[in-house]
Design a protein around this ligand. Structure first.
Ligand code: NAD
Length: 509
């Protein structure tokens, strides 16, 4: 590991060079690339112009007819090569995630591992994109469904998972026969360019079966995202980011009958029941609430603690919050790195002020300016003791704030957990089977993810990932999420010599 004394900019330039991204890219005018580690600009990047965006979209549309005819297992071979290239680049790309998004190194590496995992999953999937054969009511007929490629897929991503979310979409879209146009977050363009360079190496090894324009990237801000969302050549947009973004994107897609996979904000909760293994629960809560500096969509933000264990749990949490190591995320001792920018720290301070005004007791939450200078936004995670769920506890503040509330009856805790607008992830800590099953039942958590004895964050790629209500309802990654990237055709074949009509309808000429 490079020593942390290396300037952030030098560290970044060295990693970019090793990843095959030309350092010359950073000398131009345009989008500012910065690292949250010191909050300083690394350089400027040329943004994709509207004319270039048009050419990108035209290339993606032109690539589709060629790519959809490549047999799916052969498409899987490209994703297998992508997985190999990601394995080779893991150390550098993981470090770049740390440098550009501020995650601690093990999480930066973990994000790349997630990319490798979804590639492996998609390679297997490339031989399993199968439909059903269905019993028909008519003699000498056969009915079946077939899954066909859909068309170019637009992928819009957030800063906090700057590379994994692209891969969840791209690995599946590629095996499903769809070209991909990616609009990464304007806060993390360098990781996107690095992924593009890595994918370029896989494409070069794959050869001529891959048409030009199969995997492309648009570098810039919201206007480019809007361009992608509005384009009739893009039948599916997978958009990850805030609920505010989803509110703008969803009506545009609906207006042109395009498909949407929306992966939006969360306001995730955990319940600590009387029978919980408190050592395990404390470790899980600490990681879920403070990990990634509270900047995961699945970050634990609300904790409901049974009144019989509330005092003990809060004592232990206060100690954990006071002692957690905050610092340069490249340092292996650090557990909490910086927030993405000072605006995020301002949002956090505002939410804490609102909680104080409601009579809450706030532990931690202060800005730490002595770590890497004034421009960086390091904060101590905040533990907020609330009397009841109210005020800022009801919304997502994208920062490490954990609101804790005591409860008496499980039904009351489940109702409070469900009484917010988002519906992404949730957990219960209990050794009581009836409590665990109630939480997972139809009368339990209303979230897309509901866990027992693990925190709400840190999903694996094997399951479908996503949430309900204002989280957007999309599902991506594992299980049968691939179906969103394909269109289903139902085929009925008559191999007889008569024409029996369904439902006994008679139409004799
Ligand atoms: P953001 O909404 O500011 O930006 C996300 C992306 O959307 C960026 O690429 C941005 O340029 C683009 N964008 C913004 N407005 C747009 C518009 N009108 N049309 C098209 N594109 C537009 O989000 P952020 O600050 O980068 O990320 C944090 C948010 O993302 C949090 O709310 C977090 O919960 C959420 N998130 C959700 C998931 C999930 O899977 N549910 C995963 C990661 C992050």
């Amino acid at each position: 590991m490079a020593p942390t004394v290396l300037s952030v900019r030098d560290d970044m330039l060295a990693v970019l060079e090793r990843l095959g991204v030309a350092a010359g890219l950073l000398t131009g005018e345009g989008l500012e690339a910065r690292s949250p580690i010191d909050g300083l600009a690394v350089g400027r990047l040329r943004e994709t112009t509207p004319e270039e965006a048009e050419a990108v979209l035209a290339r993606a549309a032109a690539a589709f007819p060629a790519w959809r005819r490549v047999p799916a297992p052969r498409r899987g071979e490209l994703v297998r090569l992508l997985g190999e290239e990601l394995r080779a680049a893991k150390a550098d790309l993981g470090r770049l995630v740390t440098l550009e998004a501020g995650k601690i190194l093990s999480e930066g590496l973990g994000e790349v591992q997630e990319m490798i995992d979804i590639c492996d999953f998609a390679v297997g999937l490339s031989r399993q994109l199968h439909g059903l054969t269905i019993a028909t009511e008519r003699p000498d007929h056969r009915m079946m469904e077939v899954w066909h490629p859909l068309g170019p897929c637009g992928v819009i991503t957030a800063f906090n998972f700057p590379v994994a979310v692209w891969s969840w979409n791209a690995a599946l879209a590629l095996v499903c026969g769809d070209p991909v146009v990616w609009k990464p977050s304007e806060k993390t363009p360098l990781t996107a360019l690095a992924v593009q360079a890595i994918a370029g190496r896989a494409l070069a090894r794959f050869g001529a079966d891959a048409p030009e324009g199969l995997l492309q990237v648009l570098i810039g801000g919201r206007a480019l995202g809007e361009r992608l969302v509005a384009d009739p050549r893009i039948p599916l947009v997978s958009a990850t980011g805030s609920t505010a973004m989803g509110r703008q994107v969803a009506p545009v897609l609906a207006g042109r009958f395009a498909r949407a996979i929306l992966e939006l904000g969360g306001n995730n909760a955990a319940i600590v029941a009387p029978s919980a293994d408190l050592d395990l629960a404390l470790r899980a809560v600490a990681f879920a609430a403070m990990g990634t500096a509270g900047q995961r969509c699945t970050t634990l933000r609300r904790l409901f603690v049974h009144e019989s264990v509330h005092g003990d749990v809060l004592d232990r949490l206060r100690r954990a919050y006071a002692s957690v190591r905050i610092g340069d995320p490249r340092d292996s001792a650090t557990l909490v790195g910086p927030l993405i920018d000072p605006a995020a720290a301002d949002d956090m301070a505002r939410a804490l002020d609102e909680a104080r005004a409601l009579g809450a007791t706030v532990h931690g939450g202060e800005r730490l300016t002595g770590i890497r200078g004034e421009a960086a936004a390091y904060v101590r995670p905040a533990l907020v003791e609330m009397r009841a769920q109210a005020g800022p506890m009801r919304r997502e503040t994208f920062a490490p704030i954990l609101y804790a509330v005591p409860y008496r009856e499980l039904e009351e805790a489940i109702a409070a957990q469900n009484a917010v607008a988002a519906g992404l992830s949730s957990s219960i800590f209990t050794r009581d089977l009836a409590e665990a099953e109630t939480f997972l039942s139809v009368a339990g958590s209303d979230c897309g993810i509901a866990n027992v004895n693990i925190g709400p964050s840190g999903a694996e790629i094997g399951g479908a990932f996503g949430g309900e209500k204002e989280t957007g309802g999309g599902r991506e990654a594992g299980s049968d999420s691939w179906k969103a990237y394909m269109r289903r055709a139902t085929n009925t074949i008559n191999y007889g010599r008569t024409l029996p009509l369904a439902q006994g309808v008679s139409f004799e000429l």
